[in-house]
Design a protein around this ligand. Structure first.
Ligand code: EPU
Length: 443
């Protein structure tokens, strides 16, 4: 049986949603707990798949994970950490990309790590070469197996000078999680500095780590022999917040996003304002609304922080289909993040993809065969369609297009959306969406 969501569009979404801890921080803070010699407490934990995957992987390694049934807070006790069965780890093949971050902490804890084949959204090749290069710099030995990779460190992990070819979020986290307990000093240049990374650094500092972040993308870590536990409230999910903001605009609605934080969303808020969206920024959240009248087209490039984040791009493109005139979006983080526009075109949008860089940010995809620039001509009315969700953000975009469209859409594959949007069906119903969820025998 598979879940099918029927969406009857045309109803402005209106009301209040709460966003909790960031999908791109919480599972990593859970991994960090492995580095401690006592239990940690993580607050503001959302009910999403990556949290379940990491919980299961930690439990397989003897970490005790207890969840408060009311608040969802997690207590993670690594004092019984031990080697896990490879066969059981393999059952998580394809579930998530987070397992690659277990390498450093597991080597520190038990001297080796086996990591299953990774999952995550299909938005490009998503290689792990930076991760493996980083681990080798620390002295790890990487062995590729048929079902994953085994990593050992015969002489322990040692601090190193590392320069990333691109400010990769995951590779920066790999360095942080490996270096804090490595012997000696690590200097990382070309680091990513996303707010989720700064929050992970805050977690590690609470545990006793010595980490300094310079303004030129350099992070310096003095290894310490042991770390303790932490008590931490995860920063809130700015990607989910931005998605609801776009949903308000696309459906001509009015949504208060409890937990949206201005400081972490400045680049998004500037673009939201330029396109013509209304917003009231408050201490605990932000109200996003369509103020009436036409929306304005714009030129936009995704980039690493502090630029306009790639995860904000897909929902915002749906809003741009409703702006009067031609918009240009240059995606510079992933080579293949416009696949979701096919369904938008079927729904009535006018979007052309181009291989050329339609922008000025230096981009790795320019002279290659990737359709990574989009030209969107609007405003075009959207009509309901049959949709199979391609990836997390693309899927949410399809959903908000369906909610704004005339007629009915039938959406399959919605479990992918649950990976990053906690209780999204309940939230949509709370906002007045006209939807039904039912199970159907798989075709
Ligand atoms: N890259 C490599 N080699 C590597 C690692 C990355 O070439 O070893 C490339 C990627 O292919 C990509 C670029 O570097 O073109 C950036 O990837 P990055 O490593 O920064 O991404 P990530 O750590 O895999 C996280 C988020 C993504 C988010 C990106 C960029 C998590 C679990 N995922 O991915 O979130 O888009 O950073 O900010 O933190 C999402 O939430 O929908 C999502 C995909």
């Amino acid at each position: 049986m598979s879940s099918v969501l029927t969406v009857r569009g045309g109803v402005p979404l209106s009301g209040r949603v709460k966003v909790r801890g960031a999908k791109n921080l919480v599972p990593k803070a859970m991994v960090a707990a492995l580095l401690g010699n006592s239990a940690s407490l993580l607050r503001n934990v959302p009910a999403i798949k990556d949290v379940d995957v990491v919980t299961s992987l930690l439990q397989l390694h003897g970490v005790r994970v207890d969840q408060d049934p009311v608040s969802g807070d997690l207590t993670l006790d690594p004092t019984g950490v031990t080697t896990a069965s490879t066969a059981l780890i393999e059952t998580h093949a394809g579930d998530s990309r987070i397992p690659i971050l277990l390498c450093g902490p597991l080597i520190h804890a038990i001297g080796e790590a086996f990591i299953p084949d990774l999952g995550g959204c299909r938005i490009g090749d998503r290689p792990i070469d930076y991760h493996l290069d980083v681990l080798r710099k620390f002295g790890a030995v990487v062995e590729k197996l048929d079902t994953g990779i085994r990593i050992t460190a015969p002489h322990g992990l040692h601090g190193a000078k590392i320069s990333l070819p691109y400010p990769s979020v995951g590779a920066t986290e790999q360095v942080l999680l490996s270096a804090t307990r490595a012997e000696g000093i690590t200097e990382l240049t070309g680091a990513a500095t996303e707010p989720e990374i700064v929050d992970l650094i805050a977690v590690l500092q609470k545990m006793g780590a010595l980490i300094s972040v310079q303004t030129d993308r350099t992070i310096r870590i003095e290894g310490v022999p042991q770390l303790g536990g932490f008590v931490h409230r995860a920063l809130s999910d700015r990607n989910e917040a931005a998605s609801w903001a776009s949903a308000a605009l696309v459906t001509r609605g009015d949504i208060y996003v409890d937990g949206a934080t201005q400081r972490d969303m400045m680049a998004f808020l500037n673009i939201f304002r330029k396109i013509g969206g209304g917003m009231d920024i408050e201490d605990d959240g932000i109200r996003f609304y369509h103020p009436g009248g036409p929306l304005s087209p714009l030129v936009l490039e995704t980039a690493v922080h502090p630029g306009f984040m790639t995860d904000w791009q897909q929902p915002l493109v749906v809003a741009l289909t409703q702006a009067d005139g031609v918009s240009i979006v240059h995606e510079t983080v992933y080579e293949n993040r416009f696949g979701f526009t096919d369904a938008l075109v079927r729904m009535g949008s006018n979007i052309q993809l181009h291989r050329e860089c339609l922008g000025s940010i230096p981009c790795r995809f320019g002279q290659r065969n990737f359709q990574h620039s989009a030209v969107i001509s609007g405003a075009t009315p959207l009509r309901g369609a049959q949709i199979d969700v391609p990836d997390l953000r693309g899927g949410f975009s399809h959903l908000i297009a369906a909610l704004a469209a005339s007629g009915t859409s039938r959406v399959t594959g919605i479990d992918v959306i649950k990976r990053g949007y906690e209780h999204f069906i309940d939230k949509l119903e709370g906002l007045g969406a006209d939807i039904d969820l039912h199970a159907e025998r798989a075709r």
